[in-house]
Design a protein around this ligand. Sequence first.
Ligand code: AMP
Length: 548
Amino acid sequence: MSDLDEKKSLNFHQMELDERILKGIAKLGWLYPTLIQETAIPLLLEGKDVLVRARTGSGKTAAFSIPIIQSILNRKRDANEQQTTAVILAPSKDLCHQTAKVIEDLTIKCGRLVRCLDMCSKVDNATLKHMLADRPDILVSTPAKLLAQLQGGNVNVKECLKTLVIDEADLMFSFGFENDLKEVLGFLPNVHQSVLASATLQKDVIELKTIVLHNPVILRLEEPDMAPTSQLSHYHITAEETDKAAILYSLIKLQLIKGKSLIFVNSIDRCYRLKLFLEQFSIRSCILNSELPAKIRCHTVNQFNLGLYDIIIASDELHVLDPAVKQKKASKKLIKKIARESETESGIARGIDFQLVSNVINFDFPRDINSYIHRAGRTARGNNSGNVLSFVAAEENAFMESVEQHLEAGVDSGEKILKNYQFKMEEVEPFRYRAKDAWRAITKFSIREARIKEIKTEMFNSEKLKSFFEDNPRDLQALRHDRTLHTVKVQEHLGDVPEYIVPDALKHVTGITTKRKKSFVPKKRKFGDKANNPLMVEGIDYGKQKKI
Ligand code: AMP
């Protein structure tokens, strides 16, 4: 058992939290606090100032929100006077929405006792003023938005503020909120609890720390880059190029891949090749690569988190997922404009993180161990479980061996960490024929066409419609990034999977059977019992091993 596992023995019930918060946590399905929550919550409940160095995905939002909610509930036991006692500042509207949503979920069992106002929600000024007059217990805002209301006299927290949180403090500076932030501080009382959360501790953040924090506890809790093997399973399949495509196609169509998946490839062209391949089978996917404008990348990830898409294909992961890396120029002639995207804009990507990714699929095996860890770290976040499934061609074997060595170093039991994902190619031979044809249909020309088409469309979405969508956020929701590109001819019938190509053992699972009786009710299955488990076929336990 690792240190992390041992520490997890402290659960939410042992933190002396109100029953209603515990119910909210249970409803969210969180079994244990994350490392940052386990450490920060008791300190914050004691009233300490805290500097948290943690990245998004660590569970830091709940780490500072839970003590705030607890203290509001405590206060309301004695006096039910409505007062704004907590202010949470974040550097973007999206982050404000995310934070307010976490608070809403955590307080779901508190009735109307804890009121939180997301000041960046799209309401007109008069409505906002009206809502502020109710003195919500918690305000979530960007510094600029809060400052305007403080200056307008619509918010006054001089007498009542108990806790101030500055989230993503380093981005506050990159986004130019420095002056607003300093002015906001002038409207706050001298004594209150402060929390500063930041992914980096750069000079500006240290300066801010001296202004807002008093004798702070500094938590530099570096969570491991990748979840422990108790949470994260690693599988590999040996497969050459077209077999990789056939296996992926059949795993998706046979519903052996459950939940949201991030598929990684090693180049932008491969991104489009795979999208065009899946498109031929009516499998929709979005693309993330460094050619696309940062705003569009963020919007795609946001929609993915909201559950609009199940599959994202990502290339160049260090560029796409690391906000510090500027966007690549796609092609001089075509999209000079893209290069103008500012560094600030790519900074937006930070704080917006993939949520609830069940599977990371390495369609192309990463070229080094860091890259493997970086990709694998996108799943099994915040105590959730996840899988990494890697397709390995003969020439990628050496990379896999080094990853395997790394994963198994320090495992005394000799237990295999990178397990062989059993897949009987013969079982899905008919899928393979279809896949071969579909893979061959994609030419260099169709890839180039797709690449140009996607960028042109996304540039249009990003710039021309920006102001329109600012006023019409609902329409922005309707802007999808998984449109078909159609640079390869799509044959409608390929979207369906005929019954004869589905292995017998999986017919009930996929529901693909033409002989189904009208009133068919599947028998209750007992898992683990071969005789009763239709997921188990000879030699392969689809139920236990193949479903990821
Ligand atoms: P955050 O770092 O606050 O943005 O949280 C990252 C993700 O972890 C979010 O999707 C949360 O819903 C999730 N999360 C936070 N705390 C826990 C927990 N204790 N158990 C499981 N998931 C959590």
